[in-house]
Design a binder for this molecule. Structure first.
Ligand SMILES: [Zn+2]
Length: 130
């Protein structure tokens, strides 16, 4: 028989009921799930993916302006300025980091609008925040 361990095995601590969930990760999971469920956004993403496969749309280097110069990184993601019908292929090409910044800014602005808080000044309009 093996000697008794002076500490509890890690498997005890990793029982699902004992693992505390990170609230930030859980919030991100909910946000991503919501984004994937939104049929308008899902359709727009599919149209962009199909246009790329057809060759009608070509991913370009990141167009985020930093000190007057474009970031220029690749690979890029398509940022939809609008999800209106007919505007699905009107995208801005951004690297992952700048897409995150822009999407977070847009979400925060929408949240402020929902809460009736008037945004102070203009939020980075040169980079197309809406
Ligand atoms: Zn960039």
């Amino acid at each position: 028989m093996p000697p008794k361990l002076p500490y509890r095995p890690i498997s005890d601590l990793l029982e699902p009921s004992r693992v505390k969930k990170n609230p930030f990760i859980e919030a991100r999971k909910r946000a991503v799930a919501g984004y994937r469920r939104d049929p308008v956004k899902v359709r727009a993403r599919k149209l962009v993916a199909n246009a790329i496969v057809r060759g009608d749309l070509m991913p370009l280097p990141c167009s985020w302006r930093v000190d007057g110069h474009a970031c220029g990184k690749m690979p890029t993601e398509a940022h939809h300025r609008s999800y209106e019908a007919g505007m699905e292929l009107d995208v801005q090409w951004l690297c992952e980091a700048h897409h995150d910044i822009l999407s977070t800014a847009a979400r925060n602005k929408a949240r402020r609008r929902r809460l009736g808080i008037v945004p102070s000044g203009t939020d980075d309009e040169q980079n197309g925040t809406q």
